[in-house]
Design a protein around this ligand. Sequence first.
Ligand SMILES: Cc1cc2nc3c(=O)[nH]c(=O)nc-3n(C[C@H](O)[C@H](O)[C@H](O)COP(=O)(O)OP(=O)(O)OC[C@H]3O[C@@H](n4cnc5c(N)ncnc54)[C@H](O)[C@@H]3O)c2cc1C
Length: 559
Amino acid sequence: MLLLQRASVFPSDPTTAIIKVEKSHHPPQNQIPVGTNAAVKFISNCISLESNRESKLSVSLKWTSASGDTEFSSAFPPDVIIVGAGVAGSALAHTLGKDGRHVHVIERDLTEPDRIIGELLQPGGYLKLIELGLEDCVEQIDAQRVLGYALFKDGKNTILSYPLEKFPANVAGRSFYNGRFIQKMREKAAELLNVRMEQGNVTSLLEENGTVKGVQYRTKDGVEHKAYAPLTIVCDGCFSNLRQSLCQPKIEVPSCFVGLILENCQLPFANHGHVILADPSPILLYPISSTEVRCFVDLPGQKLPSIRNGEMSKYLKNIVAPQIPPELHDPFIYAIDRGNIRTMPNRSMPAYPLPTPGALLMGDAFNMRHPLTGGGVTVALSDIVLLRDLLRPFHNLNDAALLCKYLESFYILRKPVASTINTLAGALYKVFSASPDQARKQLRQACFDYLSLGGIFSNGPMALLSALNPHPSSLVLHFFAVAVYGVGCLLFPFPSFERIWIAAKLIWCASGIIFPIIKAEGVRQMFFAATFLAYYRAPLGRRSLLRRRGEISPQPKWL
Ligand SMILES: Cc1cc2nc3c(=O)[nH]c(=O)nc-3n(C[C@H](O)[C@H](O)[C@H](O)COP(=O)(O)OP(=O)(O)OC[C@H]3O[C@@H](n4cnc5c(N)ncnc54)[C@H](O)[C@@H]3O)c2cc1C
């Protein structure tokens, strides 16, 4: 048992500090505000004292200088470098920092991001935030509770509630400004003494004999730096330029989202996401603050009408506006006229890792899916929980080859949850998109009618969508139940030759939608993860084996 120490810092001049050490049995980190002196104004000052394994005392200092920059000085080299402090990077930095790792985060831009992505967190993702101790990051940002979806088709609508009955009252989806959420997580991570956040643009990974040793980065003054750590985790998002050597990226861009903010309007169903099964593809609406509604119009393909020459406004007014619920029509037109129209490509990329000693990919850099179902943040948080649990027993990260072998289990263990969310997103996008094909039309109608049946027919799919029960087998079951329901509607009461033909094509279509996605995700990893040896390499896999054998009790359902 190591003796922990308490210390205080007294700044004497800009370059030195007097450190006074007292004995204490408190946790290894203390934040000690200090006063000011004539030479430099220390707004806050933090010190952490830690004993290393040889019982030598070491010091980490972190303070905010008069210019507002966070200064950092540590006797410890980082255990982990994290590239990018977006959703994944900032949550991961806090998580690993809380576990006592020394983390160096390098983020291109530490100011509040202004983006149109990652604004809706599914309830399953909120549960992951709780597991990570980050749930307060959706507080005081005017985040809105989301309790389910309203689905609109041809003037009809149906309400699909998340199956939240078995969960504590605070568990629900949340929607918010992405930048506010990220900034909260960054602040929380940066409060930890052993987490260093630095602004810099990572330009390359530093490799030696096939092992990643660190990164090269440029700070805003244009100076090139190198940072080294036993593990580098790349979380540089969907446009990642570092992923190439760590995975085999197969990126598809099936469509783009055109984003608008509708102001001072009420959605037809408060606290619900709204999905309009429009032509040519879905329109999405959800609140992002108490007065604003995010509207995403999906446009298939990658070629968009020009915003600059007014073609986009014309398209939105003539083709999209008539399909918007009447109560939102005027705010929609007003938002177009205000002119703040933004676009974003919707990328999808199954995870094909190339396990590399010393490095790991996370978040969108690693795996992407269509954003229709708002699953990206949930997958990233779920991966972080898994990685944290896997790394916990691994005190020393220095044996890169051993760690790399061990972390192969990460790629297997994440699959059932991540692939279910990914497959659902890809399949729903295709089913919800309009098509001139009769069988596709019937499938879309069958999906709307099936979900409208309520009970298990909406609860099952909503448990998948919300990531409260992301089970691959449940996904396949409900997907084909929709197809069979569609066939039933076609054949009863009077099957004609033409209807039998459309019914056969419907089954063919449904298979043609879901099977290629599952194949790309990996059938064995998704459905038979336990048949991989790597699955049992980690304590988590071994635990689930024991659970299956009944040797340990299952986790409470809501965890
Ligand atoms: C249009 C759209 C809407 C979406 N809506 C939702 C939604 O509602 N709900 C949901 O769950 N998911 C949604 N997603 C997906 C979600 O946004 C992502 O899954 C999530 O943001 C991934 O987090 P990340 O940390 O990997 O990437 P990001 O959050 O993008 O973070 C990447 C970070 O890396 C930094 N960075 C990049 N390159 C470098 C570099 N070279 N050096 C240093 N730093 C670097 C960037 O500045 C950024 O801060 C949406 C996606 C799209 C495209």
